[in-house]
Design a protein around this ligand. Structure first.
Ligand code: AMP
Length: 308
């Protein structure tokens, strides 16, 4: 298995200023693996659910090449549950409920088929679990990408920093970058975060796009101005899945290729925003994905003559 992803597989209740939906399928690893499945044949999933999680959805994921040897199903227990409410601009939200349920006692076991992936996605969940996955691998992957969120900064900052020290690419949003670095300026925050260990940092800014940093370069990708955003939940995870899925497909982890991967991730995330839950990722065609990537290219394409 060339790509392995760990993260939550969950139920979400979501409220936007315009609509509300209870107990939709969600979870970081759900969005990551579904997004990545558009770029690679097979992806290993490490996660945990209760016996309340629909088998139909697991079958659908399996049909998309998402291998579930690393997914634990706990009889008589409940899946992770998250509820959130978006503000009017849909760029910021409040977490209303985080019920860890099965996640509280989750002890990940990396199956023998997953021991030597080139690409590892440490999706959002307890940093202690992310570390245990990393430590179980027989050899270090070529690229380790990690996502996290303010919940873990508030509750497990030391564990989180220990994982951040061991990875290659960190993806977080602007608010989380400021919290992690204790710095308002995103450029200064990025510098501080890169000193914590990762070689690359991606700061996601929702409808304002994403920034990719390494020690010497900054690249900016816009977000597609969508006519209607139904639900941005999972956009960050979808971004991460598209990003790492594209890198795994192209086998190239240069900064230049990461710029392309950021555009691919942004294009995939734009689809997720069009419907509640991961529905839009289930039946996307290659043509739809390619045409959206072309829209991104057109969005920032311009020529200018600079007078000497
Ligand atoms: P995003 O909108 O990309 O930040 O991700 C939203 C997804 O993350 C939802 O589907 C939730 O189930 C999941 N989620 C929310 N809070 C957490 C958490 N503390 N740890 C792991 N996953 C979470």
């Amino acid at each position: 298995m060339n790509l392995i992803a760990v993260g939550t597989v969950a139920f979400d209740s979501i409220e936007t200023p315009f609509a509300k939906q209870d107990r939709v399928i969600g979870g970081a690893a759900t969005y990551i693996t579904l997004a990545a499945s558009h770029f690679i044949e097979q992806c290993g999933l490490i996660s945990v659910v209760g016996d309340d999680f629909p088998q139909d959805m697991l079958n659908t994921m399996s049909a998309r090449g998402i291998d579930q040897q690393g997914l634990q199903i706990k009889q008589g227990e409940k899946s992770f549950f998250w509820a959130g409410k978006y503000h009017y601009d849909l760029n910021s939200r409040d977490t209303l409920i985080t019920d860890l349920n099965v996640l509280a006692t989750f002890d990940p076991v990396v199956p023998s088929d997953y021991q030597a992936p080139d690409f590892l996605m440490l999706g959002n969940l307890a940093p202690g679990v992310q570390m245990r996955v990393l430590n179980q691998l027989a050899q270090r992957p070529k690229l380790v990408v990690m996502d996290t969120m303010n919940f873990w900064m508030d509750s497990a900052m030391d564990d989180l920093k220990a994982v951040i020290a061991k990875i290659d690419v960190l993806t977080i949003n602007d608010e989380e970058a400021r919290q992690l670095a204790n710095e308002y300026s995103l450029v200064k925050a990025a510098r501080k975060i890169l000193e914590m260990g990762p070689k690359y940092l991606i700061i996601k800014k929702g409808e304002h796009g994403a920034l990719l940093f390494d020690a010497h370069n900054i690249f900016f990708a816009p977000a597609l101005p969508l006519e209607e955003v139904v639900d941005p939940t999972g956009a960050g995870d979808t971004f991460a899945g598209g990003f790492i899925g594209y890198l795994a497909q192209t086998h190239n982890i240069s900064f230049e290729n990461m710029k392309r991967a950021v555009i691919v991730g942004s294009a995939m995330a734009s689809f997720t925003c069009e419907k509640f839950g991961p529905e839009r990722l289930l039946n996307l065609t290659k043509e739809e994905i390619n045409s959206r990537i072309e829209q991104f290219v057109a969005l920032t394409d311009f020529e200018i003559l600079v007078e000497e």
